[in-house]
Ligand binder design. Structure first.
Ligand code: ADP
Length: 260
């Protein structure tokens, strides 16, 4: 009915939040969440006030990446207070739902959870809210892209053809709902053997740059496939925090500078 249609089109601004930026990928496992978290931390490192909203209903990972085990506090007015790590306010759909149950969620349920995370959380004044989107370009993703007042989207892809084809679908999805693509980042790019220094392009190399050129979006840079990135993520202390002076932090910083 009319109310449902209205509820499905809530692109109203979130008070206090200046820019909402989606981090998206055409398929899972390409490093979207790793990029979203490190990007949020890098933006915070630039002196911006930043929030991270983990909206990946199928595999919420911000709590693990930020080493958060407690649930957010609910205030008297029923608003949720996001935990803060390294200056970033973090909310995850994983705090609210069991990801096992989320697999069968339908559009309206996804949307009401998402609207709750956007509008019933005390975000306070934020320069940027980074939204870690669920992977893919299905109904849930389209509804989200349509209902969140997004300033733009960052697309993460590996250099592999298969990932790029899906990334292209992601770009088309954001185009369809008039959300500008801020750029494409190539994750799991060149692997440099820590033992001998040999460079190997395990998933290929340069594909994302080429794809960005093709669609006329900025290329945001390459993040190498490196054990440190995985290990620091698993330890709940992302590389931008654990090795702020290292090359990986620099890669995320340059993405942050491009989207800030
Ligand atoms: P997605 O959100 O796209 O599903 P994740 O960010 O969860 O992907 O990453 C999938 C796995 O790959 C995780 O174990 C993560 O630590 C690892 N990973 C992501 N990016 C890199 C990278 N550049 N180098 C090494 N491991 C990575």
């Amino acid at each position: 009915g009319a109310s449902r249609a209205a509820a499905g089109r809530n692109r109203a601004a979130v008070p206090g939040v200046r820019h909402i930026v989606a981090v998206a990928s055409g398929k899972g496992g390409v490093g979207k969440s790793t990029t979203a978290c490190n990007l949020a931390l890098a933006l915070s490192g630039l002196g911006l006030s930043v929030g991270l909203l983990d909206a990946d209903i199928y595999g919420p990972s911000a709590p693990r990446l930020f080493g958060i085990s407690e649930k957010p506090e609910m205030l008297e007015n029923r608003m949720l207070k996001p935990p803060v790590r390294w200056g970033v306010k973090v909310m995850s759909i994983g705090f609210l739902v069991d990801p096992e149950a989320a697999i069968i969620w339908r559009g309206p349920m996804v949307m009401s959870a998402l609207q709750q995370l956007l509008r019933e959380v005390v975000w306070g004044d934020l320069d940027v809210l980074v939204v870690d989107m669920p992977p893919g370009t299905g109904d849930a993703q389209l509804t989200m892209a349509q209902n969140v007042p997004l300033a733009g989207a960052v697309i993460v892809s590996t250099p592999q053809d298969l990932a790029l084809i899906d990334a292209r679908r992601g770009v088309a999805m954001f185009d369809k709902v008039d959300v500008p693509v801020l750029g494409v980042a190539e994750n799991m790019s060149t692997f440099i053997c820590p033992a001998c220094g040999t460079r190997s392009d395990i998933f290929g190399h340069g594909g994302a740059r080429h794809e960005a050129e093709r669609i006329g979006a900025p290329f945001l840079g390459e993040i190498p496939l490196h054990m440190t990135i995985r290990e620091t993520s698993d330890a709940g202390r992302p590389v931008v925090i654990s090795e702020p002076d290292g090359p990986h932090a620099a890669a995320y910083r340059s993405i942050a500078e491009a989207v800030a």
